[in-house]
Design a protein around this ligand. Sequence first.
Ligand code: FAD
Length: 455
Amino acid sequence: MDRKNVVICGAGIAGISAAYNLAVQHGLKDILLIDERPPLSLTSDKSTECYRNWWPGPGDAMVSLMNRSIDLIEDLAHTTGNEFHLNRRGYLYLTGNPEKIPSMLANAEETSRLGAGPLRIFRGDSSDSQYIPPEPHGFTGSPDGADLILDRNLLRRHYPYITEKAIAGLHIRRAGWFSAQQLGSLLLAQAKTHGVQLLEERVNGVDLEHGRVRAVHLEGGERIQTHHFVNAAGPFLSQISETLDVQLPVYCELHFKVSTADHLKIIPREAPLLIWNDAQKLPWSKEESAFLAEDQDTRWLLEEFPPGVHTRPEGLEDSPIILMLWEYHTLEVDPVLPPPLDSDYPDIALRGLATMIPELKHYFDKPPRPLMDGGYYTKTKENRPLIGPLPVEGTWVLGALSGYGLMASLAAGELLALHLLGTDHPSYAAAFELKRYQDPAYLDLLSNWEDSGQL
Ligand SMILES: Cc1cc2nc3c(=O)[nH]c(=O)nc-3n(C[C@H](O)[C@H](O)[C@H](O)COP(=O)(O)OP(=O)(O)OC[C@H]3O[C@@H](n4cnc5c(N)ncnc54)[C@H](O)[C@@H]3O)c2cc1C
């Protein structure tokens, strides 16, 4: 039987970051990363590749985890000449609803207090500071925190392609996007240079001896002896934990993404991530509305859709590609591969985006060909990850990274490594351990959890 110090199941961004942190940052030897698929090919290549440090409470755990992760991502960008194209254009949340402004302000003040950086407010009067528009490339020299823009003229000056109905925007500044495949490949390459081995195989289960892990067995019949097993199986986190007789409080949601060509150049290539934060009815013509109303299978298209449709330009200056996303149906499902796609999604996302960017209506009659994919958010109820020990000695979990696994990857892998090595943990560690669910005060908090921060 082969013997390894640590066996990690899953070579998505979570497993790769754990291997990178253990091998490169801590010099641990004999680490085996096992995946039945090519690395980064299940969920980690479906992402929108965005990041932000702006996360709700309660407490500062999510903001601290993300700040730490972004610090580490920035360090890596510095040392590699920004090989993975990290930018800092921000997220711009927009509303046309005046009733939303008080809660927008209160939430922004709260997140700022949690450590996400200063909040600057732009009211269009002489006391306003200077709004600094986003730099399209690079990640240095941009402000921290967020800008709450309540001055419509300022919004129109900088974002003339946004609907005139927009009356306020919250521009999150420690945010943007990067190439997730390049970041993941970089981490994997460095891990391999430090001795991490990658094996393409399926993990079937774990052998225990005296209540602790003894070996991992593979579909091909092989057994690998080890004292440390990390479950980083993404959407199959529960399946792997069940082989240890451990139930995890996680579930999967199916999420889609569309990329398409904006050949009319309606969305400027230097735009930030743009999010319409109001519920809306889709902009159908009178004839279309009448037609859709006739059939009970299409009538739902006339109802109100939730907030959150978003878009961003993808690729270099000369690329026409934009990404479009909108979770108008939250589908809680068992993960099935390949994920079943929703053929209505591209058209609905385009129409939803046209409420925010009216010129997109030029595509209604002749929509550009959409390229659609989808993947699973693996989540806990409160949308916080699971990072730390499992009840079986020598077993660890790194997952439930929901819709933020790329941005959280560096700090999440670091935290897993600190747990496994038994060294000092950062202040946010306890917020992500499985044993938090044994605390009655936490369960109490869970029953009144308000904002999951999910986009
Ligand atoms: C549409 C969409 C948009 C997103 N946008 C963003 C975004 O903008 N920013 C962001 O940070 N995050 C985003 N995410 C979330 C992010 O993609 C995930 O959180 C992240 O990829 C999860 O990584 P993971 O390593 O936990 O899982 P995965 O990438 O799924 O990796 C798990 C691996 O485990 C392997 N595995 C499972 N079971 C076994 C077994 N028995 N044996 C061997 N191998 C096994 C699988 O083959 C897989 O490779 C998005 C996700 C989706 C779907």
